[in-house]
Design a protein around this ligand. Structure first.
Ligand code: C2E
Ligand code: CA
Ligand code: CA
Ligand code: CA
Length: 277
């Protein structure tokens, strides 16, 4: 009846505005988060399988909200993307991660690399490449130590523009990895056209790679594909010794996951993994 649908509509409207209030509150807080120094970069080690030593770290953003506590990037990166805040935030992450790496290199960790996640929206910015170049020069960091991670879906959303910028970044000497590889809807054909250096196997495949023969088959295939294309391959989300053994037996070159370390603060990483002055 008319009445009933009217009630439904009203109910729906209330729910919507509650949700909007929540996201508007978060949005306003996120605007201030950068200035208020509530954003912190955590670092997760990337381990070379052969030498079993740390070869790099991935920068993973954390928001320490004054009343809500730690908010996951899975929750606030989408808001940052909707509002465009991902542009200043992404630049801040890149700059600070590069500065931090330079400091660690100067302390004797001369071949350590830094992986930074970039949003597809950053690739739509005209001055992305100039921004990256500027940061590398300011910080005096050799470009080959910066590894940019871009998801498969971000690449295919905007193929032309993304491909052009990836090539320009490659020309600078920066390395590029495809993140969450295997979860997107792309064809494999693009792999031969894109200037990439590494594939990163999504943790959803690694999670039960030992128990699930489908995930084992997908993981095997990605590793072989990377080897045949002469790309590095990184397994993310390695949590158990069994997963590690599986990946070692397949010659997966780089590993990352809670088995080795969670993402941790810079000082903790220094104490546990790095050479100091
Ligand atoms: P991602 O790039 O795929 O990062 C890997 C995620 O897996 C991280 O979650 C990491 O903490 C988590 N992880 C690592 N090892 C393990 C493991 O062994 N087991 C499990 N269960 N999880 C593991 P996190 O830090 O919550 O980040 C979530 C996502 O947020 C990232 O996924 C990335 O897409 C995005 N993100 C984080 N920092 C940034 C940033 O600075 N810029 C952009 N654009 N996105 C970011
Ligand atoms: Ca990543
Ligand atoms: Ca701009
Ligand atoms: Ca992932």
């Amino acid at each position: 009846s008319k009445e009933k649908s009217g009630t439904h509509y009203h109910f729906f409207e209330t729910e919507m505005s509650d949700r909007n209030m929540e996201s508007i509150k978060l949005e306003n807080a996120l605007y201030k988060a950068l200035d208020n120094e509530e954003l912190v970069i955590y670092y997760q080690p990337q381990i070379d399988s052969r030498s079993e030593t740390i070869i790099g770290v991935e920068a993973l953003l954390r928001w320490i909200h004054p009343t809500e506590g730690m908010i996951s990037p899975a929750d606030f990166i989408p808001i940052a993307e909707e509002t465009g805040l991902i542009i200043p935030i992404g630049e801040w992450v890149l700059k600070n991660a590069c500065k931090q790496l330079k400091e660690w290199q100067d302390q004797g960790n001369t071949s350590l690399c830094m992986s930074v996640n970039l949003s597809g929206l950053q690739f739509e910015e005209d001055d992305l490449v100039i921004m990256v170049k500027g940061i590398l020069e300011d910080v005096n960091l050799a470009p080959e130590f910066l590894h940019i991670e871009l998801t498969e879906n971000q690449i295919i959303k905007n193929t032309e523009i993304t491909m052009r910028k990836m090539k320009q970044l490659k020309d600078l000497g920066v390395k590029i990895a495809i993140d969450d590889f295997g979860t997107g809807y792309s064809s494999l054909g693009y792999l031969k056209n894109f200037p990439i250096d590494a594939l990163k196997i999504d943790k959803s495949f690694i999670q039960d790679v030992v128990e699930d023969s489908d995930n084992a088959a997908i993981t095997n295939t990605i590793i072989t594909l990377a080897q045949n294309l002469n790309l590095n391959v990184i397994a993310e989300g390695v949590e158990t010794e069994e997963q590690l053994e599986f990946l070692l037996s397949r010659n997966c070159s780089i590993m990352q996951g809670f088995f080795f370390s969670r993402p941790i603060k810079a000082e903790e990483l220094e104490k546990k993994y790095l050479r100091g002055l």
